[in-house]
Write a protein that binds this ligand. Structure first.
Ligand code: AMP
Ligand code: MG
Length: 321
């Protein structure tokens, strides 16, 4: 990745307007929330979301949490049942993310949801996060603003020391009060389960609901999406690292001059472009393969986003349950 000059922006009106304009142009801006500093990108812009994975050096496409300013905006992206609305009334804005069914015509990048039919969404309480979301006027995908595997940042200084030269800007809004990630609750047909313990104590959730909820160690709790081996597998069989294409195959290519390519993830070999196209192209090529053909995929180098792309392709090619 080319070296950037990372700007440190104040959390005044001028700084927030600059931050919102960088985000609208598809850039990456770290900003404070009450939990930790998030690395924000326009959640509807696939290229911007792919850049988040690249900046963090994430080895897999785990779905990201979408941050919005208010419930009205949240409803454009997720469907809220009565239980969800009860939790919203009690805890939003605040340090809890809700995993809910996607709304129709949500327009989010598939890299945000990792191709799932649910989305994790949250209204942060932090004043600066609120002001930025209002200035940007849209949804921000924002995992913690640290390189993958490193400690989450709770000050602008932490972000700059880890991500300087890698992201466009950081808005300095002081220290994060909560300091640990948001609690994640999954709500399915009014049933609630805890996917991740975090800033909102689970006891508070149970007191609000009036009953205990399923915890990660319970067999009833849904698995985290990243752990599912054949999650989001296409219908057609998949052959990886294909350097040629057979007559019963359709080829999903990568790079220049790939013979027989039906769709190309990136003809110029650009990893960010390939990642941004990945989910949509997998779906398209699956449709083209139909019941007659299988899918062959060109080798993708194991550099930068190649790790996450190959991780996802390996799952798509894994034996089916
Ligand atoms: P972070 O990287 O801190 O933003 O964490 C995001 C967490 O939310 C990851 O552990 C994801 O697995 C989880 N997550 C996000 N979206 C979903 C979803 N649709 N279903 C289940 N878990 C989700
Ligand atoms: Mg993190």
């Amino acid at each position: 990745m080319t070296e950037l000059k990372t700007q440190i922006l104040c959390d005044d009106q001028n700084g927030l307007e600059q931050a919102a304009s960088i985000l609208s142009d598809g850039g990456l801006v770290a900003f404070p929330t009450e939990t930790v500093y998030g690395l924000g990108a326009d959640a509807c812009n696939g290229h911007a979301v792919a850049s988040v994975y690249a900046a963090k050096g994430r080895p897999s496409f785990n779905p990201l949490i979408v941050h919005v300013a208010d419930l009205e905006t949240a409803k454009r992206f997720a469907q809220f049942d009565k239980t969800a609305l009860d939790l919203v009334g009690a805890f939003w804005p605040g340090p809890v993310s809700l995993v809910l069914p996607l709304a129709k015509n949500h327009g989010l990048s598939e890299l945000v949801t990792a191709g799932l039919d649910t989305v994790a969404i949250r209204i942060p309480a932090h004043e600066t996060a609120q002001a930025l979301l209002k200035a940007f006027d849209g949804p921000l995908a924002a995992p913690s603003a640290n390189p993958s595997g490193r400690i989450s940042p709770t000050s602008a200084g932490h972000v700059s020391s880890d991500m300087d030269g890698i992201i466009d800007a950081v808005v300095d809004g002081g220290k994060c009060k909560v300091g640990i990630e948001s609690t994640i609750l999954k709500i399915e047909d009014d049933r609630v389960s805890l996917l991740r313990a975090g800033g909102l104590p689970v006891e508070a959730v149970e007191a609000c609901l009036g009953h205990a909820i399923a915890k990660p160690q319970d067999p009833k709790t849904p698995q985290s999406p990243g752990q599912l081996q054949s999650h989001y597998a296409p219908n057609a069989a998949v052959r990886l690292n294909a350097t040629s294409v057979e007559s019963n195959e359709v080829l999903l290519g990568f790079g220049a001059d790939v013979k027989g390519t039906v769709l190309n993830l990136s003809a110029t070999g650009d990893m960010i472009e390939a990642a941004a196209n990945l989910f949509a192209y997998m779906r398209n090529i699956d449709g083209i393969a139909g019941v007659e053909k299988s899918i062959a995929i060109s080798p993708i180098p194991m550099t930068g986003l190649g790790l996450a792309i190959n991780d996802r392709l390996k799952r798509a090619a894994a034996p089916r349950d």
